[in-house]
Design a protein around this ligand. Sequence first.
Ligand SMILES: [Zn+2]
Length: 336
Amino acid sequence: MNHPLESNHTNPHLPCPWHQAAWTLLNRSWDTQRFPHAILLHGVPGLGKKLFAQWFAQALLCEDRVEGLRSCGKCPSCKLNQAGSHPDLILVSPEEDKQQISVDQIRATNESLSLTSTRSGFRVAIIEPAHQMTIAAANSLLKTLEEPNKNTVIIMVTSHAASLLPTLRSRCQQIGIAVPGTSSAQAWLEQQTGKAVLPEVLSYSGGAPLRAMEFAQGTFEALRQSMLPGLSALTDGNADLTHLAQAWADEQLPERLRWLDYWLSRLIRQEILRTADPVTSGTLHGAQQVLNISAMYRALDKLRELSERLRRTALQPELALMSILMRIHQSLHARN
Ligand SMILES: [Zn+2]
């Protein structure tokens, strides 16, 4: 028997089917009149978190809401949202050419949230990516969360929830968008792209279908082809590491680091399971010696540590890459 609050629990109108669980939670808080003033929407990149936040904001601002917290699509508020110009919806992201969301932007948002709604009663702010707020910005937002204005909802969106101030996190209802199951994600991808999609495209994308969709449009194969010669040379032991580091640092470095991580992980898995792997097959030739798994794991840890440091600090990309490549080279040719 359905619980009365769950009677309407499948919503086919959501931007993506894997948003269902998040919507059910929010819908339940709405029905029980315990709707939060602040929501932290988190999950890995490529799950359409911002799409969901915008869809949800439209539902909150709708003047003729359909039962179950969903917008009508026809009222003046919905029309304004579709045109991207609803005066009660504030979108906060880093300004052009800036990495971070500034304290001035958050102050302006706080001020705007303190005004009365121009239409339906709510004012909504979406802050994305929330982990890119400066410390001063986060502290300024914290004050608003501690003394929320009536009828305001702040939705923070992030793929790095752990980087947010713990005090910010604890003042929000935290809602995770989970990676969908492989078979349903695969089916969704094939339906969207109208063609068969390699399972490796989805696994490379960390299981996130929207990210996989970008790669399914040909960039996955292009990246594989451009990584192949260098990785082959690495496993054969005849790579010119200086040249390789220079070439990779110059072009698509973050993507190449992700590919390197993916390739090395698959290589380790292949070595453990002793099965052929379509991702590594083009890079391992003939009778390869038995690989040293613990050395490869250490190289993988080093790669992840340096990738994270490259993301956060002004590390010299070429030098960092050179040290990663040397480490991988050594691990591939280390004796057991
Ligand atoms: Zn509406």
